[in-house]
Write a protein that binds this ligand. Structure first.
Ligand SMILES: Nc1ncnc2c1ncn2[C@@H]1O[C@H](COP(=O)(O)OP(=O)(O)OP(=O)(O)O)[C@@H](O)[C@H]1O
Length: 267
């Protein structure tokens, strides 16, 4: 069912990306590379341009200049569904749905991979039924991977906040991405839920061998999960490096002064 090869994902390269909103430069010639199979965190104070960068990577925002490449494949300017189909899936900061069961939400993620087509599915043709069964089985595996196996048939509205955020993660994984963009995966969670999600992200990365781009304000989580960190401030990259390197970087300390860059608030 997983159509992707088991080879490592291609590098995701952001090259000199600039985004302007009516005179405000939200991203100013930003470049960084997400190494195959790594967790790359994008951090910075409020308004630094992290969400804008995610929106460029996922196709919601077209840059005024610069390029985004997945291996040799140009992603710049492609619509979000094409970028998702090429292997870059994202989660959203705010939970997007409380409708349906966990299975329903995960099957929405599988829809993009469906080959049988709408008519064949609607007519219940054997090939379409078989494909549907295979998608459901894979969706269940993914639910189990993120710790939602026991809730597979439960309505999302009845789940805890942390579990609902993990439904969003599992939905993105159902696209079989090679690069997963996680937008504040632990926002609003309590300490136990944060620790659980950190563990799940580690498991997912290890077992599925994908690259992860993480935007997160929780520095404890970033320090724990990231292999590499890019720090943005006012739309400009001010530091790159390992978590240990960036936490001691004078520019980073200055940008975060008073906002607790050294906080280790994840469990
Ligand atoms: N659609 C838009 N129109 C105008 N300005 C925007 C738009 N989106 C973002 N901005 C501005 O661009 C800058 C970068 O915003 P962005 O949301 O990318 O920052 P961020 O680092 O994600 O912030 P936060 O941590 O608060 O989510 C900010 O000054 C913001 O006000």
């Amino acid at each position: 069912m997983n159509d992707r090869t088991s080879a490592p994902p291609p590098a995701l390269a952001v090259r000199d990306v600039t985004v302007r909103f009516a005179g405000l430069t939200a991203l100013d010639t930003v470049s960084f590379t997400v190494a195959p199979g790594s967790v790359h965190a994008l951090i910075g104070p409020n308004g630094a341009g992290k969400s804008t960068c995610f929106n460029v990577l996922s196709g919601l925002c077209r840059p005024a200049a610069g390029r985004v490449l997945l291996g040799d494949t140009e992603l710049t300017g492609r619509p979000p569904h094409r970028i998702a189909a090429l292997g870059v899936a994202r989660t959203f900061q705010n939970i997007v749905t409380t409708a349906g069961t966990v299975a329903d939400n995960l099957m929405l993620g599988r829809h993009a991979l469906s080959r049988a087509g709408f008519t064949a599915s609607a007519l219940g043709l054997p090939r379409a039924r078989r494909e549907q069964r295979e998608h459901l089985a894979r969706a269940r595996e993914i639910a189990e991977l993120v710790g939602l196996g026991a809730h597979f048939d439960a309505p999302v509205a009845l789940l805890s906040y942390g579990d609902r955020k993990r439904v969003e993660l599992a939905r993105a994984l159902c696209l079989e991405p090679r690069v997963l963009l996680l937008d504040e995966p632990v926002a609003g969670m309590n300490g136990a839920e944060r620790a659980r999600t950190a563990e799940v992200v580690g498991t997912v990365r290890e077992q599925l061998g994908l690259s992860v781009v993480l935007v997160e304000h929780d520095m404890g989580l970033v320090m724990r999960l990231a292999d590499e960190v890019t720090v943005l401030d006012f739309g400009r990259p001010i530091a790159h490096g390992t978590p240990d390197e960036v936490r001691r970087h004078p520019e980073v300390l200055r940008a975060y002064l008073g906002t607790g860059a050294d906080e280790e608030d994840a469990a």
